[in-house]
Structures are given as C-alpha cells and as structure tokens.
Design a protein around this ligand. Structure first.
Ligand code: GLN
Length: 485
C-alpha cells in the first residue's frame, strides 16, 4: 500500500484501526518529497524532525482512535500563514529571517484536529500572482508538465497535493489563488465565504477579499478539512459567529431538482476550446443527474478585473506599509530612517509587489480616490447584487475556473494584463464575498493537462457547493487520475 497517495478519509480509517501509524504516514510523505521536490519545488521549507515528533505524539496518545478528524494526517501550509517557531516569508525577500511568534487561528484548529504540519509551500510573493513565478524562492512546477506553472498564488500547495507530496494543503484565495491553481493542477480547492474562516495569523494582502481554504484530492476531504478550518474567532472581527455544520453531511445527496445557473458572461471568446468543451460536458452531466439548468446573466462581470485590481491593490498598499525594515525581517541600512525604509523596501519587494503598491497608492491618493477607489467600491456593490439576483433563480452557478489550462513558465511574465486575465472567472466570487469550489472536470489533449469546473454558492452556501461537487465527482473519474512523475 502506498501511503502518500491516500486521501484523508482513507488514511483516517486505517489510522483508527491501527493498520498504519502516523509516523509511517509522515515518513512516507517525507520520502515522497525527498524523491520529487527537487524538480517540483512545491515546498520552500520542511518541518522534517518536528513533523515526525508530532506524528509520534499522535501515535502515543491514540488521537486517531479518539476520533480527531485529522489525527496523523500530514498537511502542507502556504508560506503566509503564521506557525509559531517557523519561518513565514510570504515568498518575499523582505521577510527573510522572520520567525512567526504565534499560531494563526487555522493552525490552532489544525493542531487540535491532530494534523501533522509538514512544511511550507511556495507561492507568489505576498499572494500576488497567478503562476507562482513571482516567488523569491524560484518557480514551482506543474506536476502534469514540468515546463508549466502550477497556477497561483497558492501554486506550491496545489502542486504538493497533486503530486502526492501532501495529503492535503492550506492556501489562501483573494481573487482565485486557491481555485485557479487547484484547476491547473487537477485537485479540489475551495474558497470559503468571506467571514467563514478566521484570518487571524494570515499575512494580509487585501483584507476585504482574503480567505483561507483547503486543497484536497477529492470533495469528501475538502468537506472534512473545511470543517476544521471554519469557525468564529474573536481575534478576527470579520469572522462570522455562525455555527459550523458537519460539511460531510452534504455529501452523497442527489442533485435532482437543484437549479444550476449558467451565466452567459462566463462563456465567452477567449476561453480555450478544450476548456469550454469540458465545462459544457460537465453541465450536461449535472443535467443528466437530474439538475435543472438555468441560463442567467451577471451583467457587471466585465468590470470585475478592473474593480479587483483597484480594490486589491489599494488594500495591499496599506497592508504592506508595515514592512519597513523596523519590525520584521530584512533591513538595509541608510543614513536616516527614510533612506532605510526606501532601501529596505527597494531591495525586499519584487517587481509585481512594487507594481501593486504603486497602483494602490495612486488609486487612494487625494484627487484620484473618488475617480478610482470609490468608483470601484460602487461597482463592487453592483457585482454583489448581480449574484444576489442570480441566486434567486438558482442554487449554484457553474463556470470554468480558469480560461486556460496551465501555461508555460515565462509565457505571461512580460504581460501583467494577460496574467491578470487568468483570474477573470474567479475574482467576482471574492468581490461578492460568496463561496466557490474548483473540481477536476477533464483534460486537454496534447499535452494532457487538467481542467477545472467552478461551482459558486450563496454566502455560507458551502454545503450546497460541496453537495453538487460531490455528486459530479462520484459520477466521473477525473479526480482519480494522477500525473506521471
Ligand atoms: N491572481 C490574483 C492576483 O494576482 C489573485 C491572487 C490571490 O487570490 N491571492 O491578485
């Protein structure tokens, strides 16, 4: 039996019956990483000895038998979530040498559930990007084709799960950074409703958009892991005091009679032919399973990219002001404090992060605030209302996750707009604050690359999107395919 290829639910059954030990599982993952990660570069830091010690503690205390949901399950963490005593670089030079002094809320939840924290995964610097190429640690490779990118910004987490270098992983999604890499690597990724998961201990990119969520090998695992991450937290005032359901209860239910909305603005020129065909096929599949297909319109979709790049950059410019050489990580000396800030930020931030800070500062500056930032906020409200209206007519909305499959490393690096467009189908979900999941729905031919199906749900409608995702997954076999590594 190969342990690294197992899902959470498969492993859990074996750990509970003592068929394997948590130590054996963690060792199997470490061996897999040792064999593969030199070419994939999904991880930027491994928690080798401590991970084994955590696993041994699970074995000693019998946590698996106590029914802890993740007892002995090795999980990888995106490098922008604080884990006490571990580096947290956000893939930026500016945080080199920084060691996290505390655990994020989700890390406490994971520890309590018995998870083994394996290590830290690569990402675009401060989560800004769609390819993991904006990392000061170098590029992560797509497990399906090493010449291609894994998507981003949580590319390391997606690649680790797709390559069986982690049983599951944690990422963040501000405009698509869980769903898009999940689609491009062929795994499951869910962005929870804004407020469903506490952001305490997450290094903020755009605070009104950021959410933490799971990467898994199948929908059942996604439901299990979301249940661990979700919850109210007094330390994040935007987290919502709403009970966390048992998400696994949503699984195994039929989609008969459910209304699946298809927004015409998401089926447009510019989407790859094979991607469009796979998504159309998935819609037909849902229909054959008894769902009712409802054509609808989200008329403000065309503004999403512009609105997102004003709001996200504005918030980023404020959030990233704290990296000044005084409090965290890198400091480059200067003759006076201003010179020191300038040199530190000049040397510490990469080009995309600088571009965002400049854009955001401009959008917020006196005289431009009303024309850009305020207007973007108004348009954001219109986008949210589009969804409110749409969800009066349907239970979920189905679209492609990304307009193309994984592209080649370097292909879009000189053209930021092309890069930004790889999130056209995911950004609106963050702007509206609703939830969305990406699941595998096919492959391109020559080369064979995964295609993702996005299922969007109402605020706190995670059970509904998991239900539809699970019904589709159980009727198909895409999620069982593995890259040839
Ligand atoms: N690709 C988008 C961006 O570059 C989204 C990133 C994210 O979700 N963190 O901003």
């Amino acid at each position: 039996m190969t342990l690294h290829t197992q899902t959470i639910h498969e492993l859990r059954a074996q750990l509970r019956r003592s068929k394997v030990s948590a130590r054996e599982v963690t060792q199997a993952l470490l061996d897999r990483i040792a064999a593969l990660d030199r070419k994939l570069k999904a991880y930027i830091w491994l928690n080798r000895d401590d991970a084994l010690a955590q696993a041994e503690a699970i074995d000693r205390t019998g946590a698996a038998k106590d029914g802890k949901p993740l007892a002995g399950v090795p999980i990888a963490i995106k490098d922008l979530i604080n884990v006490e005593g571990q580096p947290c670089t956000c893939a930026s030079k500016i945080l080199q040498g920084y060691v996290a002094p505390y655990d994020a809320f989700v890390i406490r939840q994971l520890r309590e559930a018995g998870a083994v924290l394996l290590g830290r995964t690569n990402m675009d610097e401060f989560a800004m990007g769609s390819s993991t190429e904006n990392s000061s640690w170098g590029v992560t490779r797509n497990p399906w084709d090493l010449e291609r990118i894994p998507g981003g910004s949580s590319g390391g987490s997606a690649a680790a799960v797709a390559a069986d270098e982690a049983i599951a992983a944690i990422g963040t999604d501000t405009g698509g950074s869980i769903r898009q890499p999940a689609a491009l690597c062929g795994c499951v990724g869910l962005k929870p409703t804004y407020g469903r998961v506490s952001r305490y201990g997450l290094v903020a990119f755009a605070s009104s958009l950021d959410q933490i969520g799971p990467f898994t090998k199948d929908v059942e695992d996604c439901a299990i892991l979301l249940g661990v991450l979700a919850g109210h937290d007094v330390k994040d005032s935007t987290s919502v005091a709403q009970a966390v359901p048992d998400y696994t209860r949503a699984l195994g239910k039929s989609v008969k009679g459910l209304r699946v909305g298809i927004p015409k603005e998401y089926f447009i020129a510019g989407t790859d032919r094979e991607v469009a065909a796979a998504v159309r096929g998935a819609i037909q599949k849902l229909q054959s399973l008894g769902a009712e297909i409802v054509e609808l319109s989200l008329p403000h979709t065309e503004y999403a990219v512009a609105v997102y790049y004003l709001i996200a950059t504005a918030e980023a410019s404020a959030n990233l002001a704290r990296f000044d050489g005084v409090r965290y990580g890198l400091r480059v000396a200067g003759d006076d404090p201003i010179e020191m800030y300038r040199r530190t930020r000049g040397a510490g931030f990469g080009p995309e992060v600088k571009r965002r800070i400049i854009l955001g500062t401009y959008a917020l500056s006196a005289g431009y605030y009303d024309a850009y930032y305020l207007k973007a906020q108004k348009a954001r409200t219109l986008i949210r209302r589009d969804f409110e209206k749409a969800f009066e007519k349907c239970d979920v909305i189905v679209t492609p996750t990304s307009p193309t499959a994984a592209f080649k490393a370097g292909e879009k690096m000189d053209d930021p707009l092309q890069m930004y467009l790889s999130d056209v189908f995911t950004l609106s979900v963050n702007l509206a604050g609703i939830c969305g999941i990406s699941i595998p729905c096919g492959f391109t031919t020559r080369p064979k690359l995964p295609i993702g199906l996005q299922i969007m749900g109402k605020p706190f409608g995670e059970e509904m999107i998991l239900r539809v995702a699970h019904a589709y997954e159980q009727a198909t076999e895409w999620h069982l395919q593995r890259p040839n590594l």
